[in-house]
Design a binder for this molecule. Structure first.
Ligand code: PEP
Length: 267
């Protein structure tokens, strides 16, 4: 059996918080986050906050994620920041978030090139995938996930693919879109589907090793249930991650779950 991964709790701050606001939130958060071997807390601040936050955090407690980058390593691309430039700052990068797919018209191919650029530069991609409400109602969820995953990972080897984090984020469940609350059993089904997709492309081992997490209106009340879903190894949190108390409780739920898992393993 594969070694269990740490439970991932990722805070996507989106385009919120200036440098001093981000710094204030980090200083409060530092007090509640422990150095914990089974839980990994990842902060994804805006690009301009990334550097100051990287100087402030205790790296045993937090890892950093960028919210985006450009797929070329360098050159005449005014206004862009490359994965090469983020190498020393970010451990992860969010790629293919629905807000980028919808508002910035990022294509499947662009997302594939970003995934490759991240891997080439030693940054772990957090690949977001998920269907719209219309697609779900039309029974197209499987096809959408198949196309998004198949294209995004198409330039990777099996070993590279096994290091990717796939965040299942149905668009209808994201708080800034419809914000419907997904039932854990609906998520369990899609998490399984995602692992099968990856296994179909890269083999059973990669399907088991790839990390799959959930995102969509996760808050302090629902986080434990989502993290407890079979095959789901963490949560990507948007809105609730900006609220100090709610996010602290989400991290607490991850600690409780990891303790419970630890207990079961020892028995
Ligand atoms: C997100 O931004 O990825 C997200 C899941 O947002 P929210 O938790 O606010 O739905």
């Amino acid at each position: 059996m594969k070694k269990p991964h740490k439970i991932l709790v990722i805070a996507n701050w989106k385009m919120n918080l200036n440098v001093s606001q981000a710094s204030f939130l980090v200083s409060k958060r530092e007090k509640n986050v422990k150095v914990q071997k089974n839980v990994e807390v990842v902060l994804a601040p805006s690009l301009q906050d990334l550097q100051p936050v990287s100087l402030q955090i205790d790296r045993r407690k937090f890892r950093l994620a960028a919210q985006n980058a450009y797929f070329k390593d360098e050159g005449a691309y005014t206004g862009e920041v490359s994965f090469t430039m983020l190498r020393e700052l970010a451990h992860y990068v969010i790629i293919g978030h629905s807000e980028r797919r919808i508002y910035f018209k990022e294509s499947f191919e662009e997302i594939r090139d970003k995934v490759s650029a991240a891997v080439r530069n030693g940054i772990t991609p957090i690949l977001c995938v998920g269907e719209t409400k219309t697609e779900r109602r039309g029974g197209e969820t499987g096809q959408v996930l198949h196309d998004q995953i198949g294209t995004a990972l198409s330039d990777l080897t099996a070993e590279e693919a096994s290091n990717v984090v796939i965040a299942y984020e149905p668009i209808w469940a994201i708080s800034t879109f419809e914000g419907d609350i997904a039932k854990p059993d609906e998520i369990e089904q899609e998490v399984k589907f995602i692992r099968n997709q990856v296994a179909g492309i890269f083999g059973e081992k990669t399907g088991q090793e790839v990390r799959v997490i959930y995102g969509g209106s996760v808050d302090d009340h629902s986080a434990g249930a989502y993290m407890g879903i079979k095959g789901c190894e963490g949560v990507l949190v948007g809105g609730a991650s900006l609220n100090y108390h709610r996010f602290s409780k989400i991290v607490e739920s991850a600690y409780a779950l990891s303790k419970e898992k630890d207990g079961k393993e020892k028995r």
